[in-house]
Design a protein around this ligand. Structure first.
Ligand SMILES: [Zn+2]
Ligand SMILES: [Zn+2]
Length: 302
């Protein structure tokens, strides 16, 4: 499982940073959190296949988070997509998507499922769930928590061999929770397989001021992707527009006890400037600024 930061800038695209979009890629599936202008082209520039796109989770309806959707819908149509695409977002999403689906000379030939969701709603993504949390921005906005399904526990191979199980299909059965029989003796999975391991947890703030609801939802996450629009010197401006400073994003990460923080939605005044990262690392050392097309493989914890 990896994250690909497709667009890491705030409000308007710049040469260095495109506007908001982050991909969660695992196996054959890509899900997007936000889809700002030119996200499709950012996907082409990365090694992600946009034909594998399954769903788009919109954090809120500001243009820098959604204007890539009409182009995405029309290009997928042109490329012959037949599979369903799902789009989720806060109140107003259905109205906006119905405009996008009828924009210009366009007839969508694949199903697009659009759903308005709210705080507490979950969406099943096969290998995990996406959970919506209300955050604090200037318009109704959601953050998202991706919770991967738990993985089977580790097989104690030495113990299994001691009990007469040879490496091979029987081990697979035990790992998937089935008992096996060896010379008339039943070996149960709990005899040789450890406790299920907790799935990974990824959290996306969207645009928000520091928010208690998000801190609670992000507890012990493997990765927190939090906006850090401006430096701490502009704290009052950030508060006025419902954004966070670098120090505030780091404070959220520290309070939630996450493993690592990635900061995005960076104002274009900070290009090639270590201010944002420096301020955050003073509060939470595992703070990293994102750059467009950067990717991060989320490690499986022990
Ligand atoms: Zn924004
Ligand atoms: Zn916004």
């Amino acid at each position: 499982m990896r994250l690909v930061f497709l667009g890491t800038g705030a409000s308007v695209p710049s040469v260095e940073r495109n506007v908001s979009a982050t991909a969660i890629h695992r196996g054959n599936r890509v899900d997007l959190v936000d889809c700002g202008e030119a996200t499709l082209r950012q996907m082409m520039r990365s090694d992600l296949s946009f034909m594998r796109l399954e769903s788009i989770f919109i954090t809120h309806l500001h243009g820098d988070h959604i204007l890539g959707i009409p182009a995405m819908l029309q290009t997928l149509n042109f490329m012959g997509r037949v599979r369903k695409l799902s789009v989720y977002g806060p109140e107003g999403t259905e109205e906006v998507l119905s405009c996008m689906l009828t924009l210009g000379a366009f007839e969508c030939r694949y199903p697009v499922e659009v759903k308005t969701i709210k705080d507490g709603d979950t969406v099943d993504l096969d290998d995990g769930i996406m959970f919506a949390v209300e955050v604090k921005h200037s318009i109704p906005s959601l953050g998202y928590v991706f919770q991967e399904n738990d993985r089977p526990g580790r097989l104690d191979m030495a113990l299994a061999e001691e009990m007469g199980v040879c490496p091979g299909p029987l081990c697979g059965k035990l790992k998937s929770g089935e008992a096996v029989e060896m010379d008339g003796r039943i070996i149960r999975p709990e005899d040789v397989v450890g406790k299920p391991r907790k799935g990974r947890k990824l959290v996306f703030s969207g645009d928000t001021a520091p928010c208690m609801r998000l801190i609670e939802a992000a507890k012990d996450a493997d990765v927190l992707v939090h906006e850090a629009t401006v430096s701490d010197a502009h704290a009052s401006m950030a508060a006025q527009y419902g954004h966070s400073t670098a120090g505030e994003a780091a404070f959220v990460a520290l309070s939630a006890g996450v493993t690592r923080l990635f900061m995005n939605h960076i104002s274009n005044r900070y290009e090639n400037d270590g201010t944002i990262e420096g301020e955050a690392q003073k509060v939470f050392p595992e703070s990293h600024i994102t750059r467009d097309l950067m990717s991060f493989q989320v490690p499986i914890p022990d």
